[in-house]
Design a protein around this ligand. Structure first.
Ligand SMILES: [Fe+2]
Ligand SMILES: [Fe+2]
Length: 180
C-alpha cells in the first residue's frame, strides 16, 4: 500500500492508541516465547524475531508517537522519559546479542530486559498514550497509523544488530512520513 492510499484512511487518536497497545500485546507474547523456548537454538530464533519486531515498534514510536505526545501540555517530560527508557532497552539488547542464548547469563539478563520492556509499555499506556487521544491532528493521526501499520512487515524483518535494525526502521518510517 502506498503512503497516499494509506493516508486517506481516517482515524482518531484513539485508533493510534489501540494500534500501539495491540503491538505491546504482541511484544509480550514474543518475549514469552523467548522465555519458554526449549533449547538454545529456539531461544535465539525467538529472540531474533522479537528484536526485529521491537526495533520497528520503537522506531515507529520515536518517529510518529513521542514527538506528538511531546507537543501536548505536560507531554515533553513524559515523552522524553519514554525515549530514555528506549535507549536503556537498546543497551540491554546489545548485551543480550553478545551472549550465548543457552547460557544462564542470557536467562538472567533477558528476565531483566523483559521487566524493563513491560514497565516501559505500561508507562506509555498510562502516561503517554492518553495525551495522544486529546492532542493529535488528523495529519498526525494519519501518519502514525500508516507507520504503525508498517511495523512487523515480513520483508522488513531486518538484519544485523538491533542498532542497525532500529536505524533502518527509522529511515523507512521517516521516508514514509515525508512522502506526499
Ligand atoms: Fe516505546
Ligand atoms: Fe511501545
Amino acid at each position: 500500500m502506498t503512503g497516499i492510499e494509506q493516508r486517506q484512511v481516517s482515524g482518531t487518536g484513539r485508533d493510534v492508541v489501540a494500534a500501539v497497545v495491540a503491538q505491546h500485546g504482541r511484544i509480550t507474547a514474543m518475549m514469552r516465547e523467548v522465555g519458554d523456548a526449549s533449547d538454545a537454538a529456539a531461544r535465539r530464533e525467538a529472540f531474533d524475531v522479537l528484536r526485529g519486531y521491537l526495533a520497528q515498534h520503537e522506531a515507529a514510536e520515536e518517529e510518529a508517537v513521542h514527538p506528538v505526545a511531546g507537543t501536548a501540555v505536560g507531554g515533553e517530560a513524559v515523552a522524553h522519559q519514554r525515549e530514555l527508557e528506549e535507549t536503556g532497552a537498546a543497551q540491554q539488547i546489545k548485551r543480550l546479542e553478545e551472549l550465548d542464548a543457552g547460557s544462564p547469563s542470557f536467562g538472567v539478563q533477558f528476565g531483566l530486559f523483559e521487566e524493563a520492556v513491560d514497565a516501559h509499555a505500561t508507562a506509555e499506556e498510562k502516561e503517554e498514550l492518553p495525551l495522544l487521544e486529546e492532542s493529535m491532528s488528523p495529519d498526525a493521526v494519519a501518519a502514525a497509523l500508516e507507520v504503525l501499520a508498517a511495523v512487523g512487515a515480513p520483508e522488513h524483518r531486518g538484519a544485523g544488530d538491533f542498532a542497525a535494525m532500529l536505524a533502518a526502521a527509522r529511515q523507512r518510517f521517516r521516508a514514509m512520513m515525508a512522502a506526499p
